[in-house]
Design a protein around this ligand. Sequence first.
Ligand SMILES: [Zn+2]
Length: 112
Amino acid sequence: MGEMIQASCPCGYETREFCIGVGMEGPKPNPKCMVPAISRKTGKLVYRDFLKMKTPGTRTESLIFYNDPELHGNSAEGEIGFWEGFVIPATNLYCPNCKNFTMSFIEVALWD
Ligand SMILES: [Zn+2]
């Protein structure tokens, strides 16, 4: 069971809908934890499998994950749980388009 989320910002920026959490797709044990991050190379929002990172953390050489306070605005509120220990605020997040902390993650639907 997981959720579909979508990022959206008042500037018009939107991502595609995206599944988070552990679903029934793929053989077990093959959990995936797809999480949003900002690519330092392109400045764009990307999704990566957090579990495949060699050193799980909030940032790597080329990526800053959205659980990093650097991508959170001062009044970030709410929380969306992606995985054990990987929780990000739902609002006031860094927008890769307008560079303001005005982006939100919206829960779109449940899936399984
Ligand atoms: Zn924006």
